[in-house]
Each structure stands twice: as structure tokens, then as C-alpha cells.
Design a binder for this molecule. Structure first.
Ligand code: PMP
Length: 356
């Protein structure tokens, strides 16, 4: 179609995970264990489920300013509501920030491998995606990133911790990058699993922006709610360019109820953290795997014998969905989301069987 933008000819869509419904009946009968998308197996809190069950506002447009949600977020984050913008998942806020800062030809800088959406939205906006590689253990080297800053760099993305590797970066290392004065987006999608945040620094740095989500700790990935902690001038401008009803009414209800049930949800986060550490130890004892330390709700593993894809296929036949990566920087890798204790047992048993 000659009317479509030519620069999108080579644009490839995000390869979303396989839907469990796409699996054959025999596999589904085993009970599908979905460990491929860093979702929260415990799901939303019971208070959220109850609020959604009696939700009766589907016919009314949601509040375009998300006033009540932002007030509740201010209490939760310790950052005033005027700094907060909510979006349809933090994905949408990544898109909006790029649209706010990046003109065609401008550069967006990050250290790879990292979250795929930074590249996706940069290229969709006609920006140039510039990367430096992480070290062999997937650590971000601040000096290397800083060296790659050019006059055209409009945004730097730092996932803290990183997806898909799980690697954490220290607050001090991030500050070195913020000290360059270039606008920096710190993606804290897994904040509740680490407790590490740049939020207390917001007042000090006019170029610091933080993104968070309800997808991981609160189990609301399907409802799409994320938020930004931003300098007030950025928050105001984002608010001006976002579509007014980007967070739907059911999602607002669920997010607000999650904030009323933080202790319950953080209990699940604690369970996932202890399962992550148990899974890490178990994976370390499997000869053909090398797991990388993770600060998030998943673990990335290098498969030493170049059989990562075969393992993914075998696990899928056994009802366990995991994510396969094979790029120059991440050859033969598998990523496992953290599940319940019994899920860890099931995954480990299958991986041990493959080893035999
Ligand atoms: N940032 C990172 C680092 C992530 O891993 C994810 C989810 N995979 C997101 C952002 C997007 O989260 P959301 O569901 O809020 O769009």
C-alpha cells in the first residue's frame, strides 16, 4: 500500500508469547504452567477480584486525569501527585516519553541486551536506536554508556533491574549517568522485588524519569496499568499528549484496590523472591545450564550445549511455557519466570529429566 509510511516497511512487530490456547489438547490436559512472560502466577489480590466482580461503571468514561489513582500512588510512592502520570502499562509511557523527546533522526541510547520495547517505540517514532553492549555477565558499564552519548542523544533508558537478564544496577551507577544531564528513564518495572529506587532523587535531577507498573508485583498485567514518577514539567506535557482515557475504568479500580492491599501482595512478592533464590540454586546444579543472578521475578539461563530451542520445545510439550532467546548477545538462552513452590519443583524435575 503506497500510502503507508515507507520507513515502516521493515518494521517487525513484537513477538508476543504463544497463547496457551494454541497448544494441543493433550498438552493442555497436563495443566499449563506459563513461565514465559514474567507474569505474577498469584494474580491480583482478593480485594481486587471482589472489586472487579461488583464493577458497574463500564458505560462511563474513566477520569481522564486519574486523580484518585494518582493520589493513592502519591501515598504509595512518597512522590507528590503532580509528578505522577498513569498509562496503559508502562509500555505506553515508554512510547509517550519517546514521542515527547525524540524527533525523527534523534538518538535513544541504552545498554543491550535489554527490554525490547525501547527499540520498538524508538524506531516507530523514526528515532535512531543506539546501543552499547553489557559486559559478559550482563552488567551495564556506566562509563561505556556515557561515552556513547552524542549531540543527538535525547533519551537514555536504564532498566533497573534489567529484563531479560535480571541484572541489577546500583543507584550510584545510575546517578553517574544522570549527572551527564541527558534525560534518563529509569525503568523500575520490578521495583517491588528489589526495593531499590531512584524516587528519592527526583527533586534533585530535572532530567530523571522513573517508570513503574502494576503488572509484576500486583498481578495486573492483563489490565495494563503503569505510571511514571516525573519532573512536573514532563508530567504536565505527557498529560497533554496522552490519550485521555488511556487507563480504563476497570484497571483504575483494580490498581486502587491493589494499593489498599499492599501487604497481601508484598507477601506474594516475598514468596516469589524466595522461590527465585531456590530456583537459582537448583539451576546452578544442573550441568548444562548457567543461570545469571536476578533481582526480578525471572531467571535467565545460558544453555551450554546449544540445545536451548530443543529444551523450550520439550518443556512446551510437557505443558511448561518458557521464553527462548537467541541473539548475538544472548545465544542459546532460556528465561524462566518465577512461579509457586510447586511450579519450581515441576520445572526443575523436567530440566533434570532432560539432563539425563
Ligand atoms: N519494562 C520492563 C523492564 C519490563 O520487563 C516490562 C514487562 N515485561 C515492562 C516495562 C512493561 O510492563 P507493562 O506491563 O507495565 O507494560
Amino acid at each position: 500500500n503506497r500510502f503507508m509510511r515507507r520507513e515502516l516497511d521493515k518494521f517487525v512487530g513484537y513477538a508476543a508469547c504463544k497463547s496457551p490456547e494454541a497448544l494441543d489438547r493433550e498438552t493442555r490436559a497436563m495443566g499449563i504452567l506459563k513461565l514465559d512472560a514474567n507474569e505474577n502466577v498469584y494474580g491480583p489480590s482478593p480485594r481486587v477480584k471482589a472489586a472487579l466482580a461488583s464493577f458497574d461503571d463500564a458505560h462511563i468514561y474513566p477520569d481522564s486525569c486519574q486523580t484518585e489513582l494518582r493520589k493513592a500512588l502519591a501515598v504509595y510512592t512518597g512522590v507528590a501527585a503532580e509528578h505522577i502520570v498513569a498509562g496503559s502499562g508502562s509500555d505506553q509511557l515508554i512510547d509517550l516519553l519517546i514521542r515527547l523527546f525524540v524527533n525523527p533522526g534523534d538518538e535513544v541510547l541504552t545498554a543491550t541486551p535489554t527490554f525490547a520495547m525501547y527499540k520498538f517505540f524508538t524506531e516507530l517514532a523514526g528515532g535512531k536506536f543506539v546501543t552499547v553492549s553489557r559486559d559478559d555477565e550482563f552488567n551495564l558499564v556506566p562509563e561505556k554508556l556515557i561515552k556513547a552519548i552524542s549531540k543527538k542523544t535525547k533519551l537514555i533508558f536504564i532498566a533497573m533491574p534489567n529484563n531479560p537478564t535480571g541484572t541489577q544496577i546500583s543507584v550510584d551507577a545510575v546517578k553517574k549517568i544522570i549527572d551527564t544531564g541527558v534525560p534518563v528513564v529509569v525503568d523500575e518495572a520490578y521495583y517491588e522485588f528489589t526495593g531499590q529506587t531512584l524516587a528519592p532523587e527526583l527533586d534533585k535531577y530535572p532530567n530523571l524519569m522513573i517508570l513503574r507498573t502494576f503488572s509484576k508485583w500486583a498481578g495486573l498485567a492483563g489490565l495494563r496499568v503503569g505510571y511514571g514518577l516525573l519532573p512536573v514539567n514532563v508530567a504536565e506535557k505527557l498529560d497533554a499528549i496522552k490519550d485521555p482515557y488511556c487507563v480504563n475504568a476497570a484497571a483504575v479500580t483494580a490498581a486502587r484496590e491493589s494499593l489498599n492491599d499492599v501487604d497481601y501482595l508484598m507477601g506474594n512478592v516475598k514468596l516469589m523472591i524466595s522461590e527465585r533464590d531456590r530456583l537459582f540454586n537448583a539451576l546452578s546444579s544442573i550441568k548444562y545450564l548457567k543461570p545469571y543472578p536476578s533481582a526480578a521475578n525471572f531467571i535467565l539461563c545460558k544453555v551450554k550445549a546449544r540445545i536451548a530451542l530443543q529444551i523450550q520445545v520439550v518443556l512446551e510439550r510437557r505443558g511448561i511455557l518458557v521464553r527462548y532467546f537467541n541473539s548475538p548477545q544472548m545465544e542459546n538462552c532460556l528465561r524462566f519466570s518465577i512461579g509457586r513452590p510447586e511450579d519450581t519443583d515441576r520445572l526443575i524435575a523436567e530440566l533434570q529429566k532432560i539432563g539425563e
